[in-house]
Design a protein around this ligand. Sequence first.
Ligand code: BGC
Length: 731
Amino acid sequence: MHLSKEQNTKVEELLSQMTLEEKIGQMNQESPSIVGGFDVPFEELIEMMTDGRISAEEFQNMMSAAERDFHENDIRAGKVGSLLLDDPGKSNELQRIAVEESRLGIPLIIGFDVIHGYRSVYPIAIAEACSFDEVLFEETARIAAEESRAYGINWNFAPMIDVARDARWGRVSEGPGEDPCLASAFARAKVRGLQDDSADSYVAACLKHYVAYGACEAGRDYNTTSMSISQLHNVYLPPFKAAAEEGAATAMASFNDLNGVPCTVNSYTLRIILKDTYGLEGFVVSDANGIKECVTHGIAEDDADAGIQAVKAGLDMDMGTHIYKEYLKDAVSAGKVSADVIDDAVRRILSVKMWLGLFENPYVPEETMAKYQDILPKKHVEKVREAAEKSIVLLKNENQTLPLKRSQKISLVGCLAADKNEVCGAWAMGWKEADCVSILDGLKGAGADVVYYPCGGPVGDISEEEIQKASADCDVIVAVVGELTNMTGEASSKANIKMPGKQRKMLEKLLESGKPVIAVLMNGRPLALGWEDEHLPAILECWHLGIQMGNAVAAVLLGDKNPEGKLSSSFPYANGQCPVYYNHPNTGRPGSRSKFTSRYLDAPFEALYPFGYGLSYTTFEYQELKAEETEDSVKAAVTVKNTGTVDGRECVQLYMQDVAAGLVRPVKELKAFQKIFLPAGTEKKIELELKKQDMGYYDNDGIYRLEDGMFRIYAGGNSRDCLCEELRIEF
Ligand code: BGC
């Protein structure tokens, strides 16, 4: 986000004309849940929609009804700075009141949760991150920006960039996985894509949830987080730093407390780090109801106290509680909050509106609205299909069970296989059923010889009769198993992350047929797949891939597309291994087969499928790693060979270990990666660069340290199987 000198001057001029009430109005975001004509909170409505209690259409109708009830008078009086809304007609109507009928004509900024696409829904973030493709991350964000803006949304509550290591947390689905380096690349690219102000339409990004929300204890949503300052800076902050440096316009404070201070009122994370150190120029919004929750946290005596603490900490906009609206004026009059603090917040909000061009173009043009209500642009569909294909990860493929041949007779099993409403996953709002392709549709469209048998799904019973039928007349069984959309996302933590319901039983019964049973997983978190890995010949991780899911899965199953995804999160064998992640600090007794080491008696100590792992229909061999020091970097060259019979794409990964440091460091840390294409039988020398300035770590005072000493440099196709070289580096 960059403002010209004239734009900055305009912001200052406007600020100087505003009354205190008008300023506080800018800091107030209205959402249907608090002003609407119904009592159900917004989050619960979403839940009702995702679990089918109300249809998407009913949800839309309720939203519109609630939106009709918006306090238009408040907008007219300059008491509203922002709306949480996704209805272009309504947004134009309310914007018109703000622009034409309020005293200063300040436009509203309209925010909404467009996390992985609006109508052209692309893979959930944990899936898309498996593509390790920064260009793609940016391109899909551009599509989201274009469609959002056409729907009257100029501020996307995305990217969600919480590093998350505990698969029990339902929100792992929304973010780019367990690794700070990959998450940072994802964060930067998403900000570039959303905020490309050289394009016709762009939106303000909102970095969330700031910060360490992904570290909620025991993976339980909204739970407490506690960690060292070093861990905060080395693991959880990097994506936010990267995105803020990329120019992200806004951020959202997370619900959790961090070392005892809720992030909503945390001046260390908000003011000192995000604004003063990382240089976020725009504003910070609370998460829904976040300010009020500070009373429940027990950090504020009452709502007024919570509001005062929040604004002083650097929280500029109140989402959903009216606390700023009700209490800030008195707090300023009583000298409890300085006028400068209010001015700073309002300046930031006005700056974002100015940069978005809302003062010149506050409305969505009719023709733009019409364009996107009809059919989707072909280029959007093609791009989200590409994203879906690249996000698929082949986890197991014994005896080359996959790809399938078109001559094979397939029994397609599992309710998820035919359900168009389950392809988009958590936090997808703008999709239309007619745009969604189920796996059944995808296979049929690709010319496969396929018969569908529902047999059972993530909930409910299984049908033995259908299982018998599915087992009888086929060459191969493809079982689509996993999670329903509402089993991940917000407030969807689980204590048991094994295959839900009776699906494992279903797989057992299918195996009795003696036919190869391939699991196609549709899910939003790493599942504990010890049993599946032991018993099934092939497993394809397909996540919730968005509207083009069926076509992408069919292309990979049939070998029209060679899988190239690599896991953005490690998968455990068993529940009790959580959290399991590759970049853990070493212990004095690293896990091994011997008893007195860091291990379990009843489960392996390492991940079943580690971060960065994913197979291909071809095989790659890594040879001759050579790491060399240059003046400001380490250059690692490695030869990668396609040793199989088909062309393929590989993600070459570079890891580092600081062998002895002032603090215990991770056993491995991803530092760079590169996607390459290798025709069958060819090889290529790949050079990856690790900047010396990235070889340090933050200590417990939050100071970045580069320490001379021995470093291990690893290169490989996943975080476990790597070549290694040692180098002594002096900085
Ligand atoms: C979620 C946020 C979301 C907000 C607004 C909250 O419940 O935590 O991720 O942006 O609602 O919908």
